[in-house]
Ligand binder design. Structure first.
Ligand code: FES
Length: 142
């Protein structure tokens, strides 16, 4: 066997042996799924249903989400949850149930139930949270 023939046979044999490895490697490099990752809500408990129904609101000054004020009762369809820290200078807003607004006692900024500024001097909305009742717990999440 001359050198040229040996190199030809060696090249063919190398190709035949490595081809399956290249194919497997190209499949492994492809993304497995084109699904977008879903955002999962991070829920935390703010209090019990009994506490909410008794007071009509729950307030937690410190949580992993920040300050949380939940207003409503377990019987109301839409619980409202906001971060009650006024976006003007940081006072805690109060819930005015009759007017259905959040009112800042410091400079009278008013916010709607969705956190939007209704009257200044605040210009930025209150952050809001999702709400749900799970068993006897009132949960909020982002
Ligand atoms: S701190 Fe709320 S209006 Fe100024």
């Amino acid at each position: 066997m001359n050198r040229r023939k040996f190199l030809n046979l060696f090249s063919i044999s190398l190709f035949i042996n490595l081809f399956p490895i290249f194919v497997a490697a190209s499949y492994a490099a492809k993304p497995q799924s084109k699904k977008k990752p879903t955002k999962s809500t991070n829920w935390i408990s703010i209090g019990t249903v009994a506490e909410l129904d008794k007071a009509g609101q729950l307030f937690k000054a410190k949580s992993s989400l920040g300050a949380v004020l939940v207003v409503g009762t377990s019987k109301s369809k839409n619980l409202i949850a906001v971060n009650p820290t006024c976006t003007h200078l940081g006072c805690k807003v109060d819930w005015e149930a009759e007017e259905k607004i959040f009112l800042c006692p410091c400079h009278a900024s008013e916010f709607t139930t969705t956190g939007k500024v209704q009257n200044g001097p605040a210009t930025k909305p209150l952050p809001t949270y999702k709400t749900k009742i799970e068993g006897n717990k009132v949960m909020v999440g982002v």
